[in-house]
Design a protein around this ligand. Structure first.
Ligand code: MG
Length: 232
């Protein structure tokens, strides 16, 4: 990829280890809210309901079926209802605490630091995330990612989530880059890969959980971040 000068990364579960950081925060809150003592459910029982609720609402946000506020109002009430706790009065406090505290854990995805160190002298590096504006900045500021990043664009800031071309165009404009000299790397097939390639950008798919089995001929797939060195 000879002419590439700018690399745009997705943030959650591509560089910032959302799954791990969220799980640590949820376990801590689960204990503080004494859910096991009051409702007789364990964290291990709760977590799959949270995961399902969170993943499907983020997909709905990407597909513009829900707003950010709806996602935040529904994610924990639905997770607790799935578990068997209907009308959980504490669910919105739980949401508030989760958003404020999830960035207290700042694990990055395996290989992220080594990769960013390798890329930093060759390329200008940017973030384009579907995350909330404020939380996205905290995730970057409080982790090692901040040392490598030039610009940050969020769906909230752009006014549209990936795969909408507006999100990609906004991040290019902010970076002062053209699509021909840019490449996008992310872990969501629709938001990241369909989004970038439809927009006309080069792309590489990061597929660590091997969850997705679709492919586009010109899009390489890697299971570990460090394998990106082969292409960049
Ligand atoms: Mg992601």
């Amino acid at each position: 990829m000879e002419n590439i000068r700018h690399i745009f990364f997705d943030l959650d579960n591509t560089l910032w280890d959302y799954r791990r950081n969220a799980k640590i925060t949820l376990a801590k809150l689960f204990e503080e809210f004494q859910i096991k003592e009051k409702h007789a459910y364990t964290f291990e029982e709760f977590y799959p309901f949270y995961y399902e609720s969170n993943e499907s609402l983020w997909a709905d946000l990407r597909d513009k079926k829900v707003t950010k506020d709806e996602l935040r109002a529904r994610r924990f009430p639905e997770a607790f209802a799935g578990l068997g706790i209907e009308n959980a009065s504490f669910a919105m406090d739980f949401e508030e605490r989760f958003v404020n505290e999830v960035t207290n854990s700042n694990y990055v995805v395996e290989g992220a630091e080594e990769l960013l160190e390798y890329l930093k002298d060759k390329y200008t590096i940017h973030i384009l995330s579907n995350g909330f504006e404020e939380v996205t900045h905290w995730k970057i500021e409080k982790s090692i990612i901040k040392d490598y990043i030039d610009t940050i664009t969020t769906a909230e800031g752009a006014g549209a989530p990936k795969p909408d071309p507006i999100a990609f165009q906004t991040s290019l404009d902010k970076a002062g880059a053209t699509k021909e000299e840019s490449i996008y790397i992310g872990d969501d097939w629709i938001a990241d890969m369909i989004g970038a390639t439809t927009f006309g950008m080069n792309a590489i798919f990061f597929n660590p959980l091997n969850e997705n089995h679709m492919w586009i001929e010109e899009v390489p797939i890697v299971g570990q971040l460090i394998q990106l060195k082969k292409y960049l």
